[in-house]
Unconditional design. Structure first.
Length: 377
């Protein structure tokens, strides 16, 4: 693959000049690489290694911060009205909203496609950074079972604090993702008629609320990895965890693992409604950015969190093989060779079709060109 010019803007430049001043330069960058480029293994057959975020240098963490800001201002190749970063949020949001309001079953979470669907969105993010920032970039993961990781991940130099200001809707006020420096353009859908509290996230800034649960432990991950079958009927939240690695890892609250860091970081809190927010009622329960299922990728921690989720799946595949079920006969999107929604809406774009958009295409992480620093071996 031809080396791309580094068109990113450093974090120091962002903080010195402000995001508005750099947006025009970023959006002027065109999305360009050859359709024949090998985006799976750096073009040389060598797997890129996704590292633990605590083991990389402070410069490497700064590069990721810069990349997120850059993608936030880079025009999407899929919908030109969106930035690339917001496009990824929109993909996630479309899958959730379509599941709730149209098809009536999950398309990207409480179903077998949960892990492959999110592996695809991680690749879209990672490939964009490789194209526009550094071609050998590998997305780092946050191992939330390691208590010592909190000081690194939630430092002002990286993701900012894990608890926001209680006097300002738990907004974060430090780091380059603070209120006023990093805007949320796609808020959670107001699906109040569904009774889903995750719809109550109207803020246009990142919020991280009160902690009501503890993060998962290494012992819980090890117990999960003892489950040798990928999934089992009925292939939804009612699947038996002892026979469904996918459902066990998904961890619908109050169960543990994937869902817990979302709820832990975003939090939820009661607040009086003011300034025109949901003014139809006197009070509501707000949830933080990561707690809102449909728009949780608005919080940049989403990427390093889901990278860790993918790492756990990769560790499971290393133990038991890249198996998947069901093969056929279940809801559209759940079967082995079904295409992901909403990615299938963009099949005419070659950037979307790299690596594929089916469950089957996402099963072998090494064939996708990467591995992890630690696979629980």
């Amino acid at each position: 693959m031809k080396k791309q010019k580094n068109t990113g803007v450093s974090r120091r430049q962002f903080l010195k000049t402000g995001l508005v001043a750099t947006a025009a330069a970023a959006t002027a960058t065109t999305w360009s690489y050859s359709c024949g480029s090998d985006m799976t293994n750096n073009g040389n057959g060598i797997l890129r290694v996704r590292p633990n975020v605590t083991t990389i240098s402070s410069d490497a963490r700064e590069e990721l911060v810069d990349a997120i800001h850059f993608l936030k201002n880079l025009q999407s190749p899929f919908e030109t009205s969106l930035s690339f970063y917001d496009q990824l949020v929109h993909f996630h949001q479309l899958s959730v909203v379509n599941a709730r309001l149209t098809v009536g079953y999950s398309l990207s979470h409480q179903c077998p496609a949960f892990l492959p669907w999110h592996r695809k969105i991680l690749l879209l993010f990672e490939n964009a950074v490789r194209v526009h920032i550094r071609e050998d970039f590998a997305l780092p993961y946050w191992d939330w079972t390691d208590d010592s990781s909190l000081d690194v991940v939630f430092s002002d130099e990286f993701m900012g604090p894990y608890l926001g200001d209680s006097d300002d809707n738990y907004s974060i006020s430090t780091s380059s993702f603070a209120k006023g420096l990093f805007s949320i353009n796609l808020t959670a859908s107001q699906l109040s008629s569904s009774g889903d509290p995750s719809s109550n996230c109207p803020f246009d800034f990142i919020t991280r609320g009160p902690k009501s649960i503890d993060l998962p432990t290494a012992e819980e991950v090890e117990a999960l990895l003892e489950v040798s079958t990928y999934d089992s009927a009925p292939y939804d939240i009612d699947a038996d965890n002892s026979e469904s690695f996918r459902n066990y890892l998904l961890g619908i609250f109050p169960l543990q693992l994937h869902s817990v860091p979302h709820v832990w970081l975003g939090g939820q809190w009661d607040s009086d409604i003011s300034d025109g927010l949901f003014s139809s009622t006197e009070s509501t329960t707000f949830v933080g950015t990561m707690s809102a299922l449909d728009c949780s990728p608005n919080d940049p921690v989403f990427w390093i969190h889901h990278c860790n989720v993918d790492r756990i799946w990769a560790a499971w595949e290393a133990r038991y093989g890249a198996s998947y079920e069901p093969e056929s006969g279940w809801n559209e999107g759940w079967n082995l060779n079904d295409e992901f929604y909403p990615y299938l809406l963009y099949k005419d774009n070659p950037e979307m079709m790299k690596e594929g958009i089916t469950n089957a295409s996402m099963l072998n992480f090494e064939s996708l060109g990467y591995t992890y620093e630690d696979l629980y071996e």
